[in-house]
Design a protein around this ligand. Sequence first.
Ligand code: 5GP
Length: 315
Amino acid sequence: MLQDVLRQIEQHQRFVLTSHARPDGDAIGSALACCQVLRAMGKQADVVLHDGVPRIYRSLPFADQVVQSSRVQGSYEAAIILECDSIHRTRLEGLENRFLISIDHHVSGRPFAHVNWIDPHAVATAEMVFRLAREAGVKFSPEIATCLYTALMTDTGSFMFQGTNENTFALARELVLAGADPAHCARGIYFAHSAAKLRLLGEALRNLNQEAHLGWVWITQKQMERCGAKEEDCEGLVNYVLSIGEVEVAAFFRELPDGRYRVSLRSKGKLDVSDVAESFGGGGHQCASGCSVDGPLADAVRQVLSQLRRGPSVQ
Ligand code: 5GP
């Protein structure tokens, strides 16, 4: 698998890299690092993202070179799609007729590309990019290490999520030795929010609901407008619900402009939320998944909660 990806990299010269729309830390960090790895291998590489780089990731090395576009143009011979289970989720046009390489660590990862390297045992896609670089003999610059460390830190919930193990810390150690500064990386992510995001958090927590081990909140388009918040400001709000002691599973509903709802699901580990997200056409991991459901709000909440209630009983 890794060898197939390396062989294809050797056989092509010009690459475009991308990930899913509304990119998270692993999507951004892995794409930026992989781009630098390719360049270190003498290849031409660019990162194109439908939504660009969210504010908290803009201080990452080379983030300013990311092209925000809804279309891939140019004479790229191959596309590397990271942390994403379909062309559709990139929301990019112009990928269909290119040679596609997928690198993903999701359990729900599907082989949609010409070459698919899917490893659900990897704690983050960043771990796979790390292995790719090491196998290719690329030296880990402080810039590559910073991007990979940030991806690892965010995708493991600051080394707190299920799945974090001794290998995660061994990888973090390698990255710190290569020049990633943990305090600097953490500061860029956790102390770099907009005031609008905090106002939005206030709105969301006003709508806090709890039923036994389930907790949920929602945000409407009107509330987002009132707070001057953007889509990316909703990122991570679900974790505040999960921080309640009795809550085992948290759900966050965000109204979309078309009246549907984006749902973020988080679990402390006793209930697999990827099953629930997949039952609505979404996906993700056992402890973090997402999907979209039809509105209005009451219907969206009812549908998702009825699936969550079916999960194994929590002691
Ligand atoms: P979030 O709640 O932060 O949007 O997503 C949590 C996790 O679930 C991420 O790993 C994300 O990639 C995955 N995810 C979210 N929405 C979808 C979706 O619609 N389809 C799939 N396949 N995965 C999703």
